[in-house]
Design a protein around this ligand. Structure first.
Ligand SMILES: [Zn+2]
Length: 148
């Protein structure tokens, strides 16, 4: 049973499936003399460096990242508020978890469907702002604040 994808890029043999340091490795594979298997670590470092430079120099990217940050915070805030609602409709942990996943999955699916800019703006300005004001405890007015 030969898997072409795992054939050695140097000799066409079985080198990638041999244990490290095996005497059956061809010289090409053993030393990766032409870099065919790449240096993943240096690739990762180069990518991280470019990502840093991208966010440091582009105001467009900075703005995009801040929008992503707001969107994530809003998502987590909404998700946190969903949990007690689910607890009211089920007393069983496994079922609660299933209900949560079904709700989240159905929203994720809806989110990937087409929408209009107006829909989003209406949702953000009316629904989301009101939701944040109602659910987020501003710093310094936590549990001690009197409920209105
Ligand atoms: Zn080989």
């Amino acid at each position: 049973m030969s898997d072409p994808a795992s054939d050695c890029k140097y000799c066409g043999g079985d080198c990638p499936n041999q244990p490290e340091g095996s005497e059956h490795l061809c010289d090409g594979y053993a030393g990766d003399i032409d870099g065919l298997y790449g240096d993943t670590q240096s690739l990762l470092e180069a990518a991280a460096e470019k990502a840093r430079a991208l966010s440091a120099t582009s105001t467009e990217v900075q703005e995009i990242m801040l929008v992503m940050l707001d969107a994530w915070r809003l998502y987590f805030l909404a998700h946190e508020s969903l949990v007690p609602c689910i607890e009211e409709c089920s007393e069983e942990d496994t079922e609660r978890d299933m209900i949560r996943k079904i709700v989240v999955e159905s929203m994720r699916e809806t989110a990937t469907k087409p929408f209009t800019t107006d829909d989003l703006i209406d949702g953000l300005t009316a629904r989301c702002v009101a939701f944040i004001q109602e659910h987020a405890a501003p710093e310094g007015e936590g549990e001690d604040a009197d409920p209105v």
